[in-house]
Every structure is written in C-alpha cells, then in structure tokens.
Design a protein around this ligand. Sequence first.
Ligand code: PNS
Length: 158
Amino acid sequence: MHRAVCPGSFDPVTYGHLDIVGRAARLFDQVTVAVLVNESKSGLFTVPERIDMLSQAVADLDNVEVVSFRGLLVDFCKEHDIAVIVKGLRAVSDFDHELQMAQMNSSLAAVETVFVPTSPQWSFLASSLVKEVARLGGDVGDLVPSYVVDRLKQRLAE
Ligand code: PNS
C-alpha cells in the first residue's frame, strides 16, 4: 500500500489545493490530507472548520481522508506509516522554501517529498489572497467551492 500525505494550513481550502489532492489520489493508494494545528498562528477558520470544508471537498474521493496534526510532519508520517509527502509547486518562487523543507524532512526521517506542478489555471492561487479578495468584497466564486464562499461571507460579516 503506497500512502502519501498532503499537508498544509488550508485556511481555507482552494481549487489549487484540490487540484493537488485529486492528482495525488490518482498516484497513491491512500492519501491523507493533514491540517496543521499551529498554536502560534490563529487563522480565519478553526481547524475543525477547515477539516469540515476539506471533507466536503474530497467526499467523492474514496482513498482520501482528512485529519489534523500537531508537531513535526515527519513524526505524523512515521505514526501513520506514510513514506511520501506530496506538495504542489505553483511557480519557481515556491521552490526555494519547498526544497528546504523537503531536504529537512528527508534528513529527519525516511520521508521523501514528491512535487506536483500546480495546474496553470491555479498557479496564482493562495488562501491568503482568497481571504484578502473576499475581505475587500471581491468575487472568489471561481477560486473555492461554493460552501467555502458561504463560510467566508459568514465569517467576514461577524
Ligand atoms: O499550507 P502551508 O502553511 O504552506 O503548510 C506548511 C506545512 C504545514 C506543510 C509546514 O509548515 C509543516 O510541515 N509544518 C509542520 C512542522 C514541521 O514539520 N516543520 C518542519 C518542516 S521542514
């Protein structure tokens, strides 16, 4: 059984994330989407809210599960018998930091990183930009699923 993890903050999930998760699900037998619980950074959405939105988004993918994790990603991988981290690369600008993390992770444990190039239509997409555009009243309906649009409207109105 070839298992992989797609880790991230997913605050909130975008079509860019879902592009990578869907492609990982075709490459591996089992894919775990792991949402980082970051004690030092509060997001727009709580981790359970992010998991809820992600779970709706991957409901049609039989071999994908969504969970949260704390601490080192490689420890999570070891505990769940996962040998591969899948990361999307949107542009060359992503590469420096992603390479550094991949090398750190493989030096900490026998966990390899596989980079999947983001589909060109999503290469500009980031959760931070989606939140900024939504906050300023822009339309993000082409960038995230409709229930994420609804949650964004709700949260930003609070
Ligand atoms: O969506 P993000 O915020 O770019 O995801 C970053 C994430 C969660 C993949 C990264 O911060 C991570 O793996 N954090 C877990 C802590 C860890 O293992 N740190 C060492 C990484 S080299």
